[in-house]
Design a protein around this ligand. Structure first.
Ligand SMILES: Cc1cc2nc3c(=O)[nH]c(=O)nc-3n(C[C@H](O)[C@H](O)[C@H](O)COP(=O)(O)OP(=O)(O)OC[C@H]3O[C@@H](n4cnc5c(N)ncnc54)[C@H](O)[C@@H]3O)c2cc1C
Length: 450
């Protein structure tokens, strides 16, 4: 094999990508800047370092989308999952690990692989030649961030996320909420009814503000706030600036008529906007927050219409470098403007150790197959990997794109299954069965590659 694959970043995604490509016979150079150049969150020079929690979340591959990703990665001989299982700690249904033993083992396996060499250096450019995967994560170095912005345009690479909670559409009570865009704006009926609106009385609004102010909040990590800007203020900070601020901001009640009670003017309105092309997920507009997860669930369930809401993702604000992937990447995870470059991991706009490793797994295989002259078909959309890739490279709204973790709201619905909470168990089992079959078929197409 004459072509080398260069992978930048030896975190969850880069280590997995290197492992996958090397196992298909490709020579890999893994460029990792640590320990020479440090980040505020990493503490070692090890590969696959877990910067915070030691958990890979749920391991339930029949009823949980993260557990399904685990299963798919294990079927593909994934380095991160195999190593996690070896260093597993008791944690109920979650896959938690001894973090130091885990990253030491990832480092040792990569070092021992005959097809991989590791180079400890910072890469600061996007090369025009050769095969490259950039998996530099939420803390991509400053110089490389500038090079990416020069290639993509400054507004296509964010340095902070501002995540509003996302709700499963089917769990919103439409006997209380209604569909309408402010002032019925839009040419088509679909545009005129693009938002879900939840009305509040004065008493409900005042109680909501009290709950926001009293809720437990998370703090930024030390060093995380550099470059933080005022444009994405958490909802609770807006409430601290004045009790009426939200009513004049994201919760303003203007241009809307409640068809369930047309004579009564709502005192405030919470709006939810469609978050994916499938229409299964809606985000609460302007509700980025640093409230703790438990507090978010209880505060947001006081919103009329969301009493029984299930959340596909809760809100947050973090230091996080990520691309506007829906406009920049194709479904092979290549940069449209420079197809010799792929991106993988959290920098593509997925979130979490598991999702990042899974994007590395796919990028490694796609790049290896391309080098071998046998490009792979796109990852099937009905797998967990495929649902995520489809979302970040096209299914998500590009204008409001924010990082996403894997969840069943990203999966194409199956016909003939009961909706709502009651049907959930059977539905999730059907999604995971379908995903496993598609993933097995996709992997089978690659058996001859190595
Ligand atoms: C403070 C903080 C806390 C987090 N907590 C959690 C958590 O509890 N659970 C969770 O699931 N996720 C958490 N995350 C997200 C987590 O970082 C990702 O899920 C995961 O590590 C991303 O994997 P990755 O491979 O994309 O990036 P990383 O694991 O960060 O790996 C990227 C690697 O690229 C290297 N690098 C960067 N720039 C360059 C360059 N120019 N040249 C060479 N190398 C470079 C970095 O040193 C790093 O090793 C947290 C993130 C942060 C910032």
């Amino acid at each position: 094999m004459t072509h080398t694959l260069h992978i930048v970043g030896g975190g969850m995604a880069g280590s997995e990508a290197a492992w996958q490509a090397a196992n298909l016979g490709i020579q890999v150079v893994l460029h990792e800047m640590r320990p020479k150049v440090e980040t505020f969150a990493h503490r070692t020079g090890d590969l696959g370092e877990m910067v915070c929690s030691n958990s890979f979340r749920s391991d339930d591959h029949e009823q949980n989308a993260v557990g399904l990703l685990h299963w798919e990665m294990r079927e593909a001989g994934g380095l991160i999952m195999d190593t996690a299982y070896t260093h597993r700690l008791p944690a109920g249904g979650a896959l938690a690990v001894d973090r130091d033993a885990f990253s030491a083992a990832v480092t040792a396996k990569i070092a021992a692989h005959p097809n991989i060499s590791v180079s400890h250096e910072e890469i600061t450019e996007l090369p025009s030649e050769g095969h490259w995967i950039f998996a530099t994560g939420p803390l991509t170095s400053e110089a490389l961030g500038a090079a990416i912005q020069a290639e993509t345009g400054a507004d296509r690479l964010a340095f902070f996320d501002a995540i509003a909670p996302i709700v499963y559409a089917e769990t919103i009570n439409m006997d209380v909420a209604w569909l309408q865009s402010r002032y019925d704006k839009g040419e088509t009926e679909e545009e005129q009814k693009a938002y879900i609106n939840c009305p509040m009385t004065k008493d409900q609004y005042e109680a909501f503000i009290d709950a926001l102010l009293a809720a437990d909040k998370t703090e930024f990590h030390e060093g995380e706030t550099a470059k933080y800007f005022d444009g994405c203020l958490p909802i609770e900070v807006m409430a601290e600036r004045g009790r009426e601020t939200l009513r004049h901001g994201p919760m303003k009640p203007v241009g809307l008529t409640n068809p369930h009670d047309p004579e009564t003017k709502a005192y405030a309105v919470v709006q939810l906007r469609r978050d994916n092309a499938l229409g299964t997920l809606f985000n609460i507009v302007g509700f980025q927050t640093k409230m703790k997860y438990g507090a978010q669930t209880s505060v947001f369930k006081t919103i009329p219409g969301l009493e029984d809401a299930s959340f596909a993702r809760l809100g947050g604000i973090h230091r996080n470098t990520f691309l506007n992937s829906p406009t920049l990447l194709d479904d092979q995870m290549r940069l449209r403007s420079k197809p010799n470059i792929r991106f993988a991991g959290q920098v593509t706009g997925v979130e979490g150790y598991v999702e990042s490793a899974s994007m590395g797994l796919v990028a490694g295989r796609l790049a290896a197959a391309e080098i071998l002259g046998q490009p792979l078909a796109s990852v099937p959309q009905d797998t967990a990997h495929g649902a995520l890739i489809h979302h970040i490279t096209g299914g998500a709204e590009a204008k409001t794109f924010q990082p996403m973790n894997v969840n069943f709201g990203l999966f194409r619905p199956l016909d003939g299954l009961k909706g709502g909470r009651r049907g959930r168990k059977d539905r999730y089992k059907a999604y995971t069965d379908r995903a496993k079959a598609c993933w097995t078929d996709w992997l089978a197409t690659q058996k001859e590659l190595a």
